[in-house]
Design a protein around this ligand. Structure first.
Ligand SMILES: Nc1nc2c([nH]c(=O)n2[C@@H]2O[C@H](COP(=O)(O)OP(=O)(O)OP(=O)(O)O)[C@@H](O)[C@H]2O)c(=O)[nH]1
Length: 127
């Protein structure tokens, strides 16, 4: 199964969320940025690498949330969420349609990729 990491990046009382672009799978859905784990790569290394590649942002991994297995119509994945921190609020948008810092209380107002819904809920329950 596809192994994917994602980062709930916190800074300055906000969380970073990203909207997938029109050419990606799940176009226009919101997600926590991240990506596929490469062969032989550790999950923590993957998330740090993906966030650097996609947003040019340096993060520190702080903790893990519960992994989610989800079956979309055309593929299945196991999604490994990490709570992360960054000192810099400045990012570059390299792949996404939009990237935003939002307040955690606004997370439920976005149209999330289905696999992310349990992650959003678990995160909000911890807040
Ligand atoms: N990054 C990320 N992907 C997610 C999330 N939720 C979710 O269902 N996915 C799905 O997991 C897969 C991850 O692929 P990706 O396109 O982000 O990964 P990547 O950057 O390694 O892709 P690439 O092969 O284009 O380099 C996508 O099919 C995406 O739709 C999420 O919160 N973050």
């Amino acid at each position: 199964m596809l192994r994917v990491t994602c980062a709930i990046i916190e800074s300055n009382q906000k969380v970073l969320i990203a909207q997938r672009n029109q050419n990606m799978l799940l176009p226009y859905k919101w997600e926590f940025p991240g990506g596929k784990v490469e062969k032989g790569e550790q999950d923590e290394m993957c998330i740090v690498r993906e966030i650097k590649e996609e947003l040019n942002l340096n993060i520190v991994v702080q903790s893990r949330l519960t992994p989610v297995t989800h079956h979309y119509d055309t593929f299945s994945l196991e999604l490994f969420p990490f709570i992360c921190h960054t000192d810099s609020q400045e990012f570059e948008v390299k792949e996404h349609a939009q990237v935003l810092w939002i307040e955690a209380q606004d997370l439920l107002n976005y149209d999330w990729a289905e696999a992310d819904t349990p992650i959003v809920k678990e995160y909000l329950a911890l807040k």
